[in-house]
Design a protein around this ligand. Structure first.
Ligand code: GLU
Length: 475
C-alpha cells in the first residue's frame, strides 16, 4: 500500500491530488518541508447552521477551505450538492491553487460547499441558506475582496452570487470595494461580460490549441485542426453546455452528449442547439429525435471518438473503465475527472490528457478580470473605446487617401470598431489559454516529463515557490 492510500487501500480525492503533486515534485529539487507546506490546506472551516425550511428546522452542513495564502485573496467556487464533504472541498481548493498559478492569476486556492440538493429545495430556501452561509463566512472573516472571493461552481450560478453580494453589502456597507467580494455576478450587479461562458470557452481555446499543434496531433494519429473532430461531452451544466456550443460552432462533430439520466448518440453529429431546445422543453436529453438513446450514461465515455470531454464531476474515469476508453484526447473540463490509477492506464495507451488544472482555468481567469473591474470601478473599454475608434478612423482616412480607394461601409464598421468589454475579456482569456498551453508543453518537451498533468504541476509548483521567495517567507 502506498503512502497516499488510506486504510482500505483506496485513494481519497485529496490523496489523488497529492499523488499527482508528488509525481511532479520528483522533477524538482525543492526541500521536502516546503513541498509539504504547498500541499497542505491552510484553513478548513466546517460549519453547521440552522435554517427554517417550511415548518421544520434543518441543520445545514457547509464548508469553506482556503488551501493556500501565498497570494491573496483566496479564490474558488462554491458548490451545492448532496455529495459535498470535507475531502472533496479540500481537494477542489488545492486544485484552485495550482490552476491559478498555471494561468498567472494572482490568487491562492479556495473552495466552498453546501451539502444540499438544489434541485429539490425551493429558490426561496436556497436564498435563505446562501445568505446564512455568507453571514457565517463574514463572521469568521472568510470572505472579502482581499481575503477570500467565492464564485459559481457545480449547482450554483449568478443568482447565488448576487445573494452573496447583497448579504455582504448589507453587513459591510462602508467598504468601497465590496463588489469585489464575489465573482460570477450578473452584469447588472458588477459582473463582467463573458464570465458565464468563460470556463467552457477556455476549454475550447485549450483544445483548439492542441488540435493545431502538428506534432501532438500526429502522435495520436489525428489530422491538424478542429473541423470534423469527433467529440463526446459528458455533463451539460454551465461548462459542458458552453463547451459543446463553441466546439459545434467551430465545425467539430459532437457525436454524443451524456447527462445523469442517460446519453444520446449520433455518429454523424448532433445539432447542439436543437438538443438544448429539446432538453429545455422535455427536461431531459433522452429521446432526442435525431439520436439514439444510451441508457447507461457511463457507456458514453467508452464510445469511439477523437476527443472526450468530461465536464461534470470528479472520478468518472477510473481503473475499471480506463482500459475501455477509446478517445485519443481527453480534455478535463471538470475538476479531477480522472483517478491516478486511470491516469497510468491512459498514459500507457498513449492518450493525451489535457489536465483540469490548466484546461478549466478559464472560469477563474475571467473571475480575475471581474475582480479587477470591481476594484478599478470602471467597465472594460470605457476609457479606450472612443479613442480607438477615432484613431482607426484617422488610419482609414490616410489609407483611403493613399490608395485612392473607398472602403465599403460594411468593412468600415468592422475596422472602426473600438474594443467593447466582451472583446477585451475574450481576447484576454484566449491569450491566457494559448500561453498556458505552450508553457506546459514547452516544459514537458524540455524535460523527461511524460504527460501534460505532471508538467502542469511542475509549472504550478515553480510559480508558487517563486512567490514564496518574493515574499521572503522562505530563504
Ligand atoms: N468554480 C470555478 C473553478 O472551479 C471558478 C472559480 C472562480 O472563478 O473563482 O475553477
Amino acid at each position: 500500500m502506498s503512502k497516499n492510500q488510506n486504510k482500505t487501500g483506496t485513494y481519497s480525492f485529496f490523496n489523488c491530488i497529492e499523488k499527482n503533486f508528488d509525481k511532479a515534485a520528483q522533477f524538482l529539487s525543492i526541500e521536502k518541508g516546503l513541498l509539504e507546506q504547498i500541499k497542505a490546506c491552510n484553513s478548513v472551516y466546517r460549519m453547521h447552521f440552522p435554517v427554517k425550511i417550511g415548518k421544520e428546522i434543518k441543520v445545514i452542513e457547509a464548508y469553506r477551505v482556503q488551501h493556500s495564502h501565498h497570494k491573496l485573496p483566496c479564490k474558488g467556487g462554491i458548490r451545492y450538492s448532496t455529495k459535498v464533504n470535507q475531502d472533496e472541498v479540500m481537494t477542489l481548493a488545492a486544485l484552485m491553487t495550482y490552476k491559478c498559478a498555471i494561468v498567472d492569476v494572482p490568487f491562492g486556492g479556495a473552495k466552498g460547499g453546501i451539502k444540499i440538493d438544489p434541485q429539490i429545495i425551493s429558490p426561496e430556501n436556497i436564498e435563505k441558506i446562501t445568505r446564512r452561509y455568507t453571514s457565517e463566512l463574514i463572521k469568521k472573516n472568510f470572505i472579502g475582496p482581499g481575503i477570500d472571493v467565492p464564485a459559481p461552481d457545480y449547482g450554483t450560478g449568478e443568482k447565488e452570487m448576487s445573494w452573496i453580494l447583497d448579504t455582504f453589502l448589507s453587513l459591510r456597507s462602508g467598504d468601497v470595494d465590496a463588489l469585489a467580494c464575489v465573482t460570477g455576478k450578473p452584469v447588472s450587479q458588477g459582473g463582467v461580460r463573458g464570465r458565464k461562458e468563460a470556463t467552457g470557452l477556455g476549454v475550447f481555446y485549450g483544445i483548439r490549441e492542441l488540435c493545431y499543434t502538428k506534432e501532438d496531433m500526429y502522435s495520436v494519429g489525428l489530422d491538424v485542426g478542429l473541423v470534423g473532430k469527433k467529440i463526446i461531452i459528458q455533463g451539460l451544466g454551465n461548462v459542458g453546455y458552453h463547451a459543446a456550443t463553441f466546439f459545434h460552432e467551430a465545425g467539430a462533430v459532437i457525436i454524443a452528449l451524456a447527462e445523469r439520466e442517460g446519453a444520446i448518440y449520433n455518429e454523424k453529429g448532433l445539432n447542439v442547439s436543437k438538443v438544448f431546445l429539446h432538453l429545455r422543453n422535455t427536461g431531459s436529453i433522452l429521446n432526442f429525435p435525431e439520436a439514439r438513446n444510451i441508457e447507461n450514461t457511463e457507456k458514453a465515455l467508452e464510445l469511439e471518438c477523437d476527443i472526450l470531454i468530461p465536464a461534470a464531476l470528479e472520478n468518472v474515469i477510473h481503473k475499471n473503465n480506463a482500459n475501455r476508453i477509446k478517445a485519443k484526447i481527453i480534455g478535463e473540463a471538470a475538476n479531477g475527472p480522472t483517478t491516478p490509477e486511470a491516469d497510468d492506464i491512459l498514459e500507457k495507451k498513449g492518450i493525451i490528457i489535457v489536465p483540469d488544472i490548466y484546461l478549466n482555468a478559464g472560469g477563474v481567469t475571467v473571475s480575475y478580470f471581474e475582480w479587477l473591474k470591481n476594484l478599478s470601478h470602471v467597465r472594460y473599454g470605457r476609457m479606450e473605446k472612443k479613442f480607438s475608434e477615432n484613431m482607426n478612423a484617422e488610419f482609414l482616412h490616410v489609407i483611403e487617401t493613399v490608395c485612392k480607394k473607398k472602403i465599403s461601409s460594411e468593412e468600415k464598421k468592422i475596422i472602426l470598431r473600438g474594443p467593447r468589454e466582451i472583446d477585451l475579456v475574450r481576447s484576454g482569456l484566449e491569450d491566457t489559454m494559448i500561453n498556458g498551453f505552450h508553457k506546459i508543453r514547452d516544459l514537458k518537451k524540455s524535460s523527461k516529463i511524460k504527460n501534460m498533468r505532471t508538467a502542469a504541476f511542475v509549472l504550478a509548483i515553480n510559480k508558487i515557490i517563486d512567490s514564496y521567495e518574493k515574499l521572503g517567507i522562505f530563504p
